[in-house]
Design a protein around this ligand. Structure first.
Ligand code: KGA
Length: 427
């Protein structure tokens, strides 16, 4: 009999034996699981791991083991399982399989069977250990290493080394960490200003992560940057009597993509946030930040009439006196004040920010994706629902037109390009 036929036939018995051995192992070690898996889940997990081993044996390749093992390690890291326990299930399965295969086969067949199983589980253990260590080291020194945690799913490399993907022609990178996707703004030279390439990159990243069945997304700036985003790319704002924030502006398209993404998007803010980047932060579902974060909405520095949809985003999140102070002064709000004014959900130590945010995202990713998608969409529709008469809307647009047709608006853009203070005349 072939190894694969033996494993397929003995599946139920093997699962029973492995589950019982894992339970004994946990009891013996008195493991303090933060989220102990239910017996059913444990059974399912073991069965799945066994199926993957079977697939590796059938295909004669350990490749199918890599991604699920990274996922297992990521889940264990999030569940707070100690590093010494990450390979436990692999070791126990290996021990049980060895015993069974050694009994069932002899001679060369036994050597071949043990070699196949060892190859698959050895690769799995290796991938799991690498992933856990990579996550743990980032949690220890967040933002010091590459921006996103170990990639899993289709974003992982075939060699078991986690990596992030750079989207073609966009200063945006993505990674998937189990069911959590990470989108990273990565244009240090321009301080993550959002032009068409950046905005389209984020939209493409969301689409890619959605295709990966990611269930929560973290939006962040690349490691080591002290500007989260400098807002709209001012070089790409129109200068000729045209709405600077029209419906088709790529940044507006990006905001709509985030607001309608059918899973939670968490803005993880390390560094300063300027102008429309604050609209982006507020368009995310939750905000985490560290003490380096600050938030400024700056159209008054540019002579720019903010768009009505954008103002509604602010009205949906903040009291009107706060909105007015922020818009009228354009002054950055420090992280403590932002927390006090409920602009951010969680203010976390820099050293904790990444691990905290990933855990928060993973928690949401473990809940019912359908319920969350529906509730998010309900809240979006309800908060966006602002019926106004056509006449009123036309009046607002007329007021805005006066501002973007004015010489003050041109002065705001010119002063920025010339790196000087603008001189506004109110006309
Ligand atoms: N658009 C285009 N280029 C930008 C930019 C932006 N928003 N922000 C920065 N840059 C360019 C800047 O011109 C410089 O280019 C480079 O990035 C580094 O910036 O190397 P160059 O060719 O000279 P800088 O200023 O040298 O970096 P810094 O000293 O570290 O200062 C960082 C900040 C973020 C404080 C500074 O760059 C800044 O104030 N940027 C503008 C922030 C802002 O007001 N953004 C609002 C954009 O308007 C907006 O979003 C809307 C629609 N709004 O407010 O209504």
């Amino acid at each position: 009999m072939e190894t694969s036929a033996f494993l397929a036939g003995a599946q139920d018995r093997l699962v029973d034996e492995v589950v019982a051995a894992i339970e004994r192992h946990d009891q013996a070690r008195d493991l303090a699981w933060h989220h102990p898996p239910s017996p059913e889940k444990r059974r399912r997990d073991v069965r799945q791991l066994l199926r993957i081993v079977l697939r590796c044996v059938r295909e004669g390749s350990a490749e199918p083991m890599i991604t699920p093992s990274q996922q297992i390690a990521a889940d264990r890291f999030v569940a707070g399982v100690a590093i010494t326990e990450v390979q436990a299930a692999f070791n126990i399965l290996q021990e049980v399989l060895w015993r069974q295969l050694a009994d069932a086969f002899s001679g060369d067949q036994r050597i071949e069977a043990l070699g196949l199983v060892n190859g698959a589980l050895g690769t799995g253990k290796d991938a799991a250990a690498r992933t856990y260590v990579s996550l743990a080291s980032r949690a220890g020194s967040p933002l010091a290493g590459p921006p996103a945690p170990a990639a899993a799913g289709a974003l992982a490399t075939s060699g078991g080394q986690p990596r992030t993907d750079r989207l073609a022609d966009a200063p945006v990178r993505i990674a998937a960490y189990g069911r959590v996707g990470v989108i990273c703004l990565d244009d240090a030279r321009k301080r993550n200003a959002i032009g068409a390439r950046m905005a389209h990159g984020v939209v493409a990243a969301l689409a890619k992560l959605r295709a990966q069945d990611v269930r929560a997304v973290v939006l962040r700036a690349a490691a080591g940057q002290d500007v989260w985003s400098a807002g709209h790319d001012i070089d790409e704002l129109p200068r000729g009597k045209r709405d600077p924030l029209g419906y088709d502006d790529p940044l507006e398209e990006m905001l709509r993509a985030i607001r309608s993404f059918p899973a939670p998007v968490v803005a993880m803010v390390h560094g300063t946030v300027w102008g429309a980047a604050l609209d982006l932060v507020l368009s995310c579902d939750l905000v985490t930040a560290d003490e380096t974060a600050s938030f400024a909405i700056t159209p008054a520095n540019l002579g720019l009439p903010y768009n009505t949809t954008g103002l509604l985003h602010f009205l949906g999140r903040l009291p009107i006196n706060i909105i007015k102070e922020m818009f009228f002064t354009a002054a950055p709000l420090d992280a403590g004040t932002a927390k006090e004014w409920l602009l951010i959900n969680h203010l976390v130590e820099s050293s904790e920010l990444e691990a905290f945010t990933l855990r928060l995202a993973e928690n949401m990713a473990s809940k019912s994706p359908m319920a969350i998608a529906v509730i998010k969409e309900q809240l979006r529709v309800l908060t966006d629902y602002q019926p106004i008469a056509a006449q009123v809307y036309e009046r607002i647009q007329g007021l805005r037109r006066q501002a973007y047709d004015s010489s003050d608006y041109i002065e705001g853009l010119t002063a920025f390009a010339e790196k000087r203070q603008p001189v506004f005349r109110g006309a």
